[in-house]
Design a binder for this molecule. Structure first.
Ligand code: NAD
Ligand code: 0WE
Length: 274
């Protein structure tokens, strides 16, 4: 391999839950390229899952607890990061949450409380993380967050999450202007569907994966490792003039204008089974 892309770079990954997490795919790609990682996890229950993953990295990571619904927890996390490391070079935000019971039915039935909570955790937390990262991130640094095509088009059951992701993508553009003044880039990756904890219990998710594979340009789904490689590109010096961008990492699903008839006809049974 030529020179590792992240040698000498340090940064924080927020949103690691388990080995299926997109954040883990990103952590592995950055680790392989020499990055030193800090990892934040939501609560003690997840600490148990995160520790054995942390042990698999080449450089021992700094583990921090951070519940993004609580500004004090967020501030404490960044204070500890600043105290231990001083400066960082990158930030990864891979966090979203909404009430599961409202990830079905009609979006217009979303409650005021769940609207606020969903926007708070899935969008505001990104802005607040950028705010706390701003004084400690080096010039030439970069931020990446994760979004989904449900921000641009209506997908069944994604509901208020789609609204929150549209806000997140706008937040990426505003944060890119703010942080551009300090030479820091801010981008989003719009990933295709991946079977993670955040996708578990979603009705018909298996069928959705199948549908995406049949209709994407590459006729398959993305892996967390591939999302990790794209994040590596955006966070490393491969991406030095890319900012404010939403990069689709979805095997080309988003360009599709009409379903692939041959594939649908051959898969009617699996797509319609109960
Ligand atoms: P995941 O369940 O592995 O990760 C979601 C993370 O959000 C978890 O680590 C969870 O602890 C964290 N989180 C939720 N509430 C939090 C809080 N209050 N404080 C701190 N952390 C909190 O699932 P994932 O699919 O890897 O999700 C990561 C990101 O990728 C999310 O933004 C999601 O919207 C996005 N995304 C996922 C898919 C997919 O199909 N899985 C596709 C596109 C984008
Ligand atoms: O952004 C996401 C996950 C969003 C999510 C999922 C959950 C499930 C568990 C947010 N909050 C919760 N809350 C829970 O309690 N994705 C892009 C994955 C995803 O979720 C969907 C999808 C896709 C794709 C929900 C409905 C339809 C499609």
């Amino acid at each position: 391999m030529s020179k590792p892309l992240m040698e000498g770079k340090k940064g924080l990954i927020m949103g690691l839950a388990n080995d299926k997490s997109i954040a883990w795919g990103i952590a592995q790609a950055l680790n392989e390229h020499g990055a030193q990682l800090a990892i934040s996890y939501q609560n003690e229950a997840l600490e148990k899952r995160v520790k054995p993953l942390a042990a698999q990295l080449d450089k021992e990571p700094l583990l921090l607890q951070c519940d993004v619904s609580d500004s004090a927890s967020m501030e404490a996390c960044f204070n500890e990061l600043a105290a231990k490391w001083g400066k960082i070079d990158f930030l990864v935000h891979a966090i979203a949450f909404s009430d599961k019971n409202q990830l079905r039915g009609r979006t217009i039935d979303t409650t005021r409380d769940n609207f606020a909570m969903t926007m708070n955790i899935s969008c505001f937390s990104f802005l607040e993380a950028c705010k706390y990262a701003s004084p400690i991130i080096n010039e030439g640094g970069a931020v990446v967050t994760l979004t989904y095509m449900g921000s641009e088009r209506v997908l069944p059951n994604y509901n208020i999450m789609g609204v929150a992701k549209a806000a997140l993508e706008a937040a990426v553009r505003y944060a890119a202007m703010d942080m551009g003044e300090q030479g820091v880039r801010v981008n989003a990756i719009s990933a295709g569907p991946v079977k993670t904890l955040a996708a578990s219990g979603i009705g018909d998710f298996r069928k959705m994966l199948h549908w995406n594979a049949l209709n994407s340009a590459l006729e398959r789904n993305v892996t967390p490792e591939e999302v990790g490689m794209a994040a590596l590109g955006l966070l490393s010096d491969c991406g030095t003039c890319i900012t404010g961008e939403v990069l689709h990492v979805d095997c080309g699903y988003h360009i599709q204008g009409m379903l692939r008839m041959k594939n649908i006809e051959q898969n009617v049974e699996v797509l319609t089974e109960g």
